[in-house]
Design a protein around this ligand. Sequence first.
Ligand code: ASP
Ligand code: MG
Length: 456
Amino acid sequence: MLVMKFGGSILNGSSDFIDICDYIREFGFNGDLVVVISAMRGVTDSLLKLCGLAASGDELNASKLLMDLEDRHLRVCEELDLACEDVRKEFEKLERIVRGIIYLGELSPRVRDLVASFGENFSGRILSSLLRSKGVNSRFMTGGEAGIVTDNSYGNANPLLRATRVYLRTRLMPLLGDTLPVVAGFSGMTLDGKVTTMGRGGSDLTAVLVGSSLNADEVWLWTDVDGFMTADPRIVRDAKLLKRISYAEAIEMAHFGAKRMNPKFLDPAMMTDTPVRVRNFRNRVCEGTLISREGSKGVVKALGMRRGVSILTVRGTGTIGRPGSAYMLFRELSERSINVQMISQSISESDISMVLDSRVAERARGTIEAKLLGPIFREVFLERDCAAVAAIGSGMRGTPGVAARVFKAVASKGINVKMIAQGSSELSISFVVSGEEGEEAVRSLHDEFELSKIED
Ligand code: ASP
Ligand code: MG
């Protein structure tokens, strides 16, 4: 049994729905497939924008955006020769909600989730109708209808795994055999029936929840890239596709490269050992990247880089041997919703360095200066325009000499390393260099570990 998820990046117009429908029919649907679908490209962004416009009382632009969205979807229905009464009805419902937001001038997180969930309902209803019009007995279900139960952390809801698995099984299993369920990705439902969304990119999580609950052989995430690469091909020309990686490696790699994924989807897959395959719908001869427990050999398998980061260093002898000094620091940042990407503290405890997105770095420095400078923290420095590089591969665990090779390769290009971090899980080594030298550092490591010759 397989679960296939079709991502928003491959859903732009009516021809994409035709391609997907044809593919499903050719693939030979015989009752052992569940389809999960994302919103059409850009639709979730538009829905979130719509919420903002409505909440600020901008009725004119909210109506315009709503109309654009409706036109876009109804045009697809028309081009596919589908009546799509249900899509029209969904738009009526959405319009009433938007009017309500405008009228009240208020937008709660719960209502924002409800609005955001519409994108998948539109695309899912369209695909399911198209399949039916071609003789495939298909049925559309929202995430909640299919059985995805979540907590009420609106905007980033967490599935309640035990209940979700039971519900998904009891609702989907009886359909298999003669019905092809098309499940809306991204959304779920609280136990008291409120619609939630599970964070951006959440359709991957939907697919994996379904796959792991129904004991699928594999979950295929269809997208517009071949899979995970040894490096971003825009930086390293001979970057290679990785055929097999482990769950842990995928979590490390998800933030980098041409295709960013929300790694949340890997947790339930890991728990049940469900293999997940990332595949390119525009290049179907390619088998993509298989993510499973095993992964492949090789110490360093992939390189990632983050541009536009800054290093913030806080120094002061008062932190030495004082429990809670790091806590004080990070609490101030967390209260201002400033995300910390990388942390390092030397054993002397006299300074703590962290990597932040440059866009928030100045604000972080201001906060620390205003709130913390004194007897404990004496000085704070900011180094702007840096790049953070990560060398990733679970094979480095317990293998001596990997760090030596990493830093020797970088040094041989005359690149200075400003900061280093490695967690004791030994899945990756991260370091920071100047913004201009980031790409060169990535290329030097790609050569050192001969990643263009990677086989598996
Ligand atoms: N439509 C949602 C988003 O754009 C979920 C998804 O596509 O996975 O984030
Ligand atoms: Mg998307």
